[in-house]
Structures are given as structure tokens and as C-alpha cells.
Design a protein around this ligand. Structure first.
Ligand code: NAD
Ligand code: TYD
Length: 335
């Protein structure tokens, strides 16, 4: 197989590249990535000689066509991915997530790719009340509430439209919050771990009772693998963990315990506008139809993350410089 991996220099994309090469050493991989702020060639350093890397923008049709030439499978990770940034600057989210996905779909039709897999998020379904035990299914209505989730919802709709209108063989996965190595430290878990390692406090949005589902990134990769190998075209599959429900504060307290620190490292800051209260996925479809199960529980996932960030200080210290410092100052200034 020859795969085009968009966004393969980002957090999940680079983990997927490593995962795929280990499991499918005979396959050829082309990575197309613009190297936006979260894209980093160091994330691919271990496998640099085993892939073809193209620096390019998914919004540029000629660059995309050239990269896709000869590929039978596209796995589309490239996106602007952080909710807080989407609140400050929504335009770039619409450009990359909506227009970029459209350009890829058009190219995929032209090139006659055999599978276009679109990587999406649980956030497109909006929020669940904290008091509710509802879990979303693949049939739940879309109800995005942030510019990030609205732009991802737009991309999901385009992917579905290309299946119906042009017969493009697509699949979609909507996944829970990921954690793992090479995650950009603007997101809660790597931000918390690296701040504590630097002796700084963790900014927790008040009141800290919001609920997310946390999946170790390797489980996301194996879920996508199951869909590529056994999934039906035109179908959407949820990928999520089997953990009990934990609030953000409970997750942070677990992390602090693993790191041998106490609650004095928590800094309650002003809440995110329009903050989604809770996400919860019912992943029984992928489990029943494709036999996929998550391998890691929350405790083990957090321990693995702490160990990785402790062992890779150089990586995150470099990442937490330049543009990041500017972002951090603005994001947490008046909170
Ligand atoms: P990330 O921000 O770490 O990586 C995104 C990558 O896309 C970067 O390498 C960046 O350089 C690249 N990129 C951005 N704009 C581009 C453009 N115009 N052209 C080419 N490349 C471009 O994000 P991530 O956390 O790895 O997320 C990957 C995908 O998974 C996204 O589609 C996201 O919506 C989805 N997802 C993420 C999570 C999560 O918890 N992080 C959960 C569910 C779904
Ligand atoms: P985040 O990692 O940004 O992922 P998402 O918003 O896409 O789920 O945030 C996870 C949760 O943590 C979310 O409820 C917001 C909260 N959060 C904080 O409390 N403090 C922070 O500094 C950040 C970035 C997030």
C-alpha cells in the first residue's frame, strides 16, 4: 500500500506514522505537512529515512495533487486542532479544516484513491449535560459549539458529501481526547506535565468539573488501522476509551499524584468561553463490527505520558519557546 498521511508531523499523525511503519513495514508512506506551529520534523526523526516528507499546504491544489500521485490510501490528520486558538482566530480553522479538506477530496477523486480516511473529533456533537448519562452514537446529530468543532463538522459533512455525490470511498472516525508522546503542550495534559516539571502551576479552567474522555494515542492509531483494514466505506466509527467518568480536576489530581506533587500546583483560572461541559462516546460499533478495543486505561496512559515528558525534556523545552511563549502569555494573561 502507498499511503498519504496529511498532518503527519503533528502529534497524532507522527504517532500514526511510527505505528504504521512498525506494523506494515512493506508499505510506502508520504507525509504532507505544512509545518505549522504544531508540526515538527523532530516528531518524525526516528523514521525520517523510511518515509517521503513533503512540506506543503493542504489548501494548495497543485501541491496536494503532486503529493497524492500514486497513493491508494489517504489518512487525513492535518488540521488546526486547539479550541482556545480557534476562539482567538477562527479564520485559519475554516481555511485549513474546511477548505483544506475540500482540496484533498477533490484531489482524491482526480487521483482515484481507493480509500480516503478522515480523522475527526467527538467535539462535532457539541456537549452533554454534566448530570446526563447520555453517550453519543454515530447517529447523534451534529451540534458544534466552538469555531474548532464547527470547522471539523464542516469537514465531516464534505467527506460524507463526496461519498454520496462522487462515490469517493471514504471512512470517518470521531475520536475522544488523545494523550501521548509528542503532544503539543498547549493541550491540558502535556501542559500540566511540562508546567509541573518546570515548577510552574497548572491553569485549570474554573470550576474544573468538565468531563473529557482520554485515550492513549496508540489506541487511536490501532482504531484507524482497524477501520482501514475492515471498515465499510461510507461509514463513521467512534474511537474512545473504556475509563470511568473523570472531571478535569480528578485527572489533574491523578497526574499530580503520579508526579509526587500536591494541589498547590493547581491554579484555577477564568473559564473558556462556550466551554463544552462533557463529551462521551459509545464506541460499541467499532468494537462489535471491527473487533477493536482500547488497550490502555487512564492510569497507565498518564504514567506513560509522564515518563515520556520526563525523558524528552529537550523536545518540549524547544517547543515551549518562541511563538509558544507569546501564545501562553496572551492565553493566560487576564485569567
Ligand atoms: P496537531 O495540531 O498536533 O497537528 C496538526 C498537524 O497538521 C501539524 O503537523 C500541522 O503542521 C499540520 N497542518 C496544519 N495546517 C496545515 C495545512 N494547511 N497543510 C498541511 N498541514 C497542516 O493536531 P493533532 O492533535 O495531532 O490532531 C490531528 C487530527 O486529529 C486533527 O484532525 C484533529 O482534529 C483530530 N483529533 C485530535 C484529537 C486530540 O485529542 N488531539 C482528538 C480527536 C481528533
Ligand atoms: P484541551 O486539552 O484543550 O482539549 P479540548 O478542549 O479539545 O477537549 O482541554 C481539555 C479540557 O481541559 C477542557 O475541558 C478544557 C480544560 N483545560 C483547562 O482546564 N486548562 C487549560 O489550560 C487547558 C488548555 C484546557
Amino acid at each position: 500500500m502507498k499511503l498519504l498521511i496529511t498532518g503527519g508531523a503533528g502529534f497524532i499523525g507522527s504517532n500514526f506514522v511510527r505505528y504504521w511503519l512498525e506494523k506494515h513495514p512493506g508499505d510506502s508512506l508520504v507525509v504532507l505537512d505544512k509545518l505549522a506551529y504544531a508540526g515538527n520534523l523532530e516528531n518524525l526523526a526516528e523514521v525520517a529515512d523510511k518515509i517521503k516528507f513533503i512540506r506543503g499546504d493542504i489548501c494548495e491544489p497543485l501541491e496536494v495533487l503532486k503529493a497524492m500521485e500514486g497513493c491508494d490510501t489517504v489518512v487525513h490528520f492535518a488540521a488546526e486542532s486547539h479550541v482556545d486558538r480557534s476562539i482567538k482566530d477562527p479564520g485559519v480553522f475554516v481555511r485549513t479544516n474546511v477548505l483544506g479538506t475540500l482540496v484533498l477530496l477533490q484531489s482524491a477523486v482526480t487521483c482515484g484513491v481507493k480509500r480516503f480516511h478522515h480523522v475527526s473529533t467527538d467535539e462535532v456533537f457539541g456537549q452533554i449535560d454534566l448530570s446526563s448519562s447520555e453517550r453519543w452514537t454515530e447517529e447523534s446529530p451534529y451540534n458544534p459549539r466552538s469555531p474548532y468543532s464547527a470547522s471539523k463538522a464542516g469537514s465531516d459533512h464534505l467527506v460524507r458529501a463526496y461519498y454520496q455525490t462522487y462515490g469517493l470511498p471514504v471512512t470517518i472516525s470521531n475520536c475522544a481526547n488523545n494523550i501521548g508522546p509528542y503532544m503539543f503542550p498547549e493541550k491540558l495534559v502535556p501542559l500540566a506535565i511540562t508546567n509541573v516539571l518546570e515548577g510552574k502551576k497548572i491553569p485549570v479552567y474554573k470550576p474544573g468539573n468538565q468531563v473529557r474522555e482520554w485515550l492513549y494515542v496508540e489506541d487511536h492509531c490501532s482504531g484507524i488501522e482497524a477501520i482501514l483494514e475492515k471498515g465499510k466505506t461510507g461509514q463513521t466509527y467512534f474511537i474512545g476509551p473504556d475509563n470511568p467518568e473523570y472531571s478535569n480536576l480528578e485527572v489533574i489530581n491523578k497526574l499530580l499524584k503520579i508526579m509526587g506533587k500536591g494541589e498547590e500546583f493547581i491554579d484555577f483560572v477564568g473559564d473558556r468561553p462556550g466551554h463544552d461541559q462533557k463529551y462521551a462516546l459509545d464506541h460499541s460499533k467499532i468494537s462489535k463490527e471491527l473487533g477493536w478495543q482500547p488497550r490502555y486505561g487512564l492510569e497507565e496512559s498518564l504514567r506513560k505520558c509522564v515518563a515520556w515528558y520526563e525523558a524528552n525534556r529537550e523536545w518540549w523545552q524547544k517547543v515551549k519557546s518562541g511563538e509558544y511563549l507569546d501564545y501562553y502569555e496572551k492565553q493566560y494573561a487576564k485569567r
